[in-house]
Design a protein around this ligand. Structure first.
Ligand code: AMP
Ligand code: MG
Length: 421
């Protein structure tokens, strides 16, 4: 066996892998992250790792829906303006406080909206139907049925109810419900921390002025944005030179912070030895030639037990690879159930020519029109220009084997953002 026994090359022409197969291989090798208890603000957007059960009724006490008087309904049954009932005022129930005392027969208490209904009382007479006669007496003009204007205990949730089922993503309503029910640290699948690195001797940061032949690093930021959109936590490790030691050093110095790695560049035929050699003994990364355009060379495997995505260098290829492979895998790590973008069938407004034998991800501007969806290409075929992605909101999938999808043809489009964004 050679020194690079852990690296597999699927690079021969007959080794072309379909996009679906490549995605399957990736997905079969990533798992949900182990659940953690997180404070609600950190748990936002994460998936509940278990059913969260109510440990109390919600609300926890019956309260008044009106300002008025807490009464025993039986004391005021039949009361009308012409036949009022007089009750003795024995106190006041204010919001946020346990009522001092109870309401006995012939008695009542002042009560504010939201204040607890005192023991003994079972209905509220609104202030409009009461005439207060001094401090101790009130004349009530209405005889409400039991329960009138009372918000019962447990009206919202009963003890033992499922507040949030396992597998559900925590959005704003779930956070509110969990907070209200006394679950400040739900068990969730955490956001993966993803270490991002850009390889290339030609790269400089966007704050630098490139010398002739140098290129500003686009991919770190493209990947950062995509990861944030997924709900992951990107950690930018910066630019790494095309050299085994630098790559190893960077990867292993960030390893402690990583649940996964995404690198760009260095996976095309001439360069992959650098990436391969960097993983020697500490990782297992496969290189595939995927039947897709753009984005053909792809590396995927594990380094120190953590998923490693080795994307191509061209920013458009990076974007498509993120959509095709990284996003579903990261969502799976987050415990998300729906891993794929929504798709619509759209009518092409212009011809799209496809590469023979490869699935083409054509950048399109998708719009909803009266007759359905339309898709207009934002760049010529094969144009590997990042501006074509910036102008698009969808990726039209032109199947392998379709050399030309003419204007008017219906194609499937993955929507990666809404057209209003
Ligand atoms: P590679 O796969 O490393 O050969 O890169 C393919 C092409 O993408 C080359 O033209 C690179 O200069 C370009 N490229 C690689 N990495 C980046 C990056 N981080 N930002 C912008 N362009 C890049
Ligand atoms: Mg390179």
């Amino acid at each position: 066996m050679s020194a690079q026994a852990h690296v597999h090359d699927h690079d021969s022409p007959e080794g072309l892998v379909s996009v679906d197969d490549a995605r399957e291989r990736v997905l079969s090798q990533v798992q949900k992250l182990a659940p953690l208890r997180l404070p609600l603000t950190d748990a936002y957007g994460c998936v509940a790792a278990e059913d969260v059960l109510a440990t109390h009724d919600l609300p926890e006490f019956a309260s008044s829906a009106m300002d008025g008087f807490a009464v025993r309904a039986s004391d005021v049954a039949g009361a009308t303006p012409s036949q009022p009932r007089d009750l003795k005022i024995v106190g006041r129930s204010s919001i946020g406080q346990e009522p001092a005392g109870t309401v006995g027969a012939g008695e009542t208490m002042h009560i504010a909206t939201g204040a607890p209904v005192p023991a003994g009382a079972d209905a509220i007479v609104p202030i409009e139907n009461a005439i207060v006669e001094g401090d101790e007496l009130v004349r009530l003009l209405d005889g409400p049925a039991p329960g009138t204007h009372v918000r019962p205990r447990g009206e919202d949730v009963h003890e033992g109810d499922v507040l949030v089922p396992g597998g559900k993503r925590l959005g704003a309503p779930e956070l509110g419900l969990l907070a209200n029910s006394g679950h400040p640290t739900p068990l969730v699948h955490p956001r993966p921390r993803v270490v991002v690195l850009s390889t290339g001797d030609e790269l400089v940061t966007p704050t630098e002025t490139p010398a002739f032949g140098q290129v500003r690093d686009a991919n770190s930021f493209l990947i950062f944005g995509a990861l944030r959109d997924m709900g992951a936590m990107p950690v930018l490790a910066g630019i790494v030179r095309d050299d085994v030691e630098s790559l190893r050093e960077t990867i292993f110095s960030f390893e402690i912070q990583a649940d996964a790695f995404v690198s760009s560049g260095g996976v095309s035929v001439g360069e992959r030895d650098v990436v391969k050699a960097a993983f020697f003994r500490r990782g297992e990364v496969d290189f595939y030639k995927v039947a897709m355009q753009p984005g053909m060379p792809q590396g995927f495997g594990h380094v120190e037990g953590k998923p490693y995505f080795g994307l191509p260098g061209n920013p458009v290829s990076v974007f498509v690879s993120l959509e095709a492979f990284v996003r579903p895998a990261i969502l799976k790590m987050m415990g998300r159930r729906h891993l794929f973008r929504p798709e619509v069938t759209a009518r092409l407004t212009e011809e799209v020519r496809g590469p023979r034998g490869k699935l083409q991800f054509a950048r399109v501007d998708v719009r909803r029109e009266s007759g359905g969806w339309s898709a207009t290409p934002t760049g010529a075929r094969g144009s590997n220009l990042i501006s074509t992605v910036a102008r698009a909101n969808g990726l039209a999938l032109i199947p392998a084997g379709t050399e030309s999808a003419p204007a008017g043809a219906n194609v499937k489009v993955m929507l990666f953002r809404s057209s209003e964004d």
